[in-house]
Design a protein around this ligand. Structure first.
Ligand SMILES: [Mg+2]
Length: 242
């Protein structure tokens, strides 16, 4: 796949989603759960639930928190579930726990190899700047993802909830296509823009938009709000391969 990304005129572009595409975010959820269960008020009010969930392992295939909690078989009250959900949501969509995320095997090397071949790198994420930019920059730098060059870019939503993830990504990819087409206006070849994404509902939106973008489905975990795409190149959870 690396070889194919190199083809085409102009500077090829590779666009990467972050959560569940380059990063396994299950350790983020695991540590948020751990801290929640250690809160003095929670330990006091929900001792049985704390004991029940103490050894729950959030798996890389889990999407968010719900699947793990359901797997545990816990039966509790709406008050408990709401407290857990709110704590998870507040912390998952912040800069505070994302240092627990782990890049999938081969992901760092994959992006580094493309950058080394002068391919323009974009990170296109539904994370918002206000709450998540500081942590995102820290974690990308920590793991050695290419970031500090004129040919690497981080694209985030300015404000949380300002726009739906799929719509945000379509808008940004559309702009990217326009820019790329302008840069290669004299060419008859389609621009070489690759988009790596795990979420089927986002992929469907981009495919339906008919943009001249080659989409690669990262088959890790997803919301289940749309069926898995068919007929696209796939990278699977066991690692990014060359
Ligand atoms: Mg994602």
């Amino acid at each position: 796949m690396l070889v194919e990304v190199e083809r085409g005129l102009g500077r090829p572009v590779a666009v990467f989603d972050l959560d569940s595409t380059l990063f396994d975010v299950s350790p983020r959820t695991q540590n948020i759960l751990r801290e929640f269960l250690a809160l003095p008020q929670i330990r006091k009010d929900f001792a049985a639930e704390v004991e029940f969930l103490r050894n729950l392992v959030i798996l890389p295939q889990d999407w968010g928190l719900r699947q793990g909690v359901e797997r545990s078989g816990l039966k509790s009250t709406e008050i408990f579930y709401r407290a857990l959900r709110e704590y998870w949501r507040k912390n998952f969509f912040s800069s505070d726990f994302m240092h627990f995320d782990r890049p999938y095997d081969g992901a760092i090397e994959y992006v580094q190899a493309l950058a080394a071949k002068n391919i323009e790198i974009f990170y296109l994420t539904g994370r918002d700047e206000e709450n998540m930019k500081a942590g995102t920059l820290r974690v990308l730098a920590h793991w050695g993802f290419p970031l500090l060059s004129a040919h690497t870019h981080l694209m985030m939503k300015p404000i949380k909830g300002s726009v739906d993830d799929a719509e945000f990504k379509e808008i940004e990819l559309r702009k990217l296509v326009q820019k790329h087409l302008a840069a290669t206006a004299t060419s008859t070849e389609a621009p070489s823009i690759w988009f790596f994404e795990n979420e089927p509902i986002i992929i469907r939106r981009i495919v339906d938009a008919g943009l001249p973008i080659k989409v690669v489905w990262i088959d890790t975990t997803h919301s289940g709000r749309a069926a898995p795409p068919t007929g696209l190149p796939i990278i699977q959870i066991d690692g990014w391969q060359f």
